[in-house]
Design a protein around this ligand. Structure first.
Ligand SMILES: [Zn+2]
Length: 197
């Protein structure tokens, strides 16, 4: 196998990249000047080296706590709970939200061996014990796993005086937050509804 074949094979491991796209990317890299591939390799390496999880919210960050957790202008009584760090980025890009976040690290999925213990529920409970939280916005994906996770959240906070809400209309059922357009997501945030089991 040539080094080009190796690169194509590695690229097919990336999400959404099939063999055809992998081959197109590999040939593109070959065609570009050497500096391009050096920068690309360097940036991939740096991302792995410099970015870690925020010890408070679980978002990806270069400084700990992250910029959102340490921003004094944020509403600290509001926590938006998401499955993955990229969901923080997606919600931030709407410019609609000024509260804090909490990244669970996934959704409850017994088939995949992901139970509540594998996710950061305990950390979230600790946060609400340390700081007064008025509302938790559940922004898990509108999937079976996301719904199960949302119900679990409602259950663990049932005795606390915290308003639970969930993203409302607009997010396609079975879809992924990551792929929702900004306007749809902004509307869903504004139109969030109280949520209970
Ligand atoms: Zn943070």
């Amino acid at each position: 196998m040539t080094s080009l074949d190796h690169l194509i094979r590695t690229l097919t491991n990336l999400p959404g990249i099939g063999r055809k796209s992998a081959s197109r990317i590999a040939y593109y890299i070959l065609k570009k000047e050497k500096r391009f591939s050096e920068t690309l390799a360097e940036q991939i390496f740096k991302v792995k080296q410099n970015i870690r999880s925020c010890s408070v919210c679980g978002n990806y960050t270069e400084c700990d706590p992250c910029d959102i957790c340490s921003d004094p202008g944020r509403d600290r009584t509001l926590i938006c709970v998401v499955e993955h760090p990229q969901d923080v980025h997606t919600i931030e890009s709407t410019g609609e939200y000024r509260g804090l976040f909490h990244v669970l690290g996934g959704a409850i999925s017994p088939i995949d061996g992901v139970g509540p213990k594998e996710l950061t529920f305990d950390k979230l409970v600790n946060r609400t014990n340390k700081q007064p939280v008025k509302e938790i916005i559940i922004a898990t994906n509108p999937t079976v796993e996301g719904d199960t996770t949302a119900l679990y959240l409602v259950r663990i906070f049932t005795d606390k005086d915290i308003r639970m809400s969930r993203l409302a209309s607009g997010i396609p059922v079975g879809g992924d937050l990551e792929y929702a357009d900004k306007l749809t997501l902004a509307r869903s945030l504004r139109g969030r509804i109280p949520f209970s089991s």
